[in-house]
Ligand binder design. Structure first.
Ligand SMILES: [Zn+2]
Length: 60
């Protein structure tokens, strides 16, 4: 009986915790996948080598 209660509360804790982790990971991924242009501060995709707005080289 006690084990049942414990496992239920643990499951409830996990259900609250998992979406939180998912959101944090998603935000971190989105931040990593964008590059800000050093010249005009335009957001560019991570793979972009040049700024789509002003054409400045974004380096590596
Ligand atoms: Zn730019």
């Amino acid at each position: 009986m006690l084990v049942m209660i414990l496992s239920q509360s643990e499951a409830g804790w996990c259900l609250c915790f998992v979406p939180l982790v998912a959101v944090v990971v998603l935000v971190a991924t989105l931040r990593k996948s964008k590059r800000r242009c050093p010249r005009c501060a335009e957001i560019n995709p991570r793979h972009a080598r040049f700024c789509a707005h002003c054409g400045t080289s974004l380096g590596r």
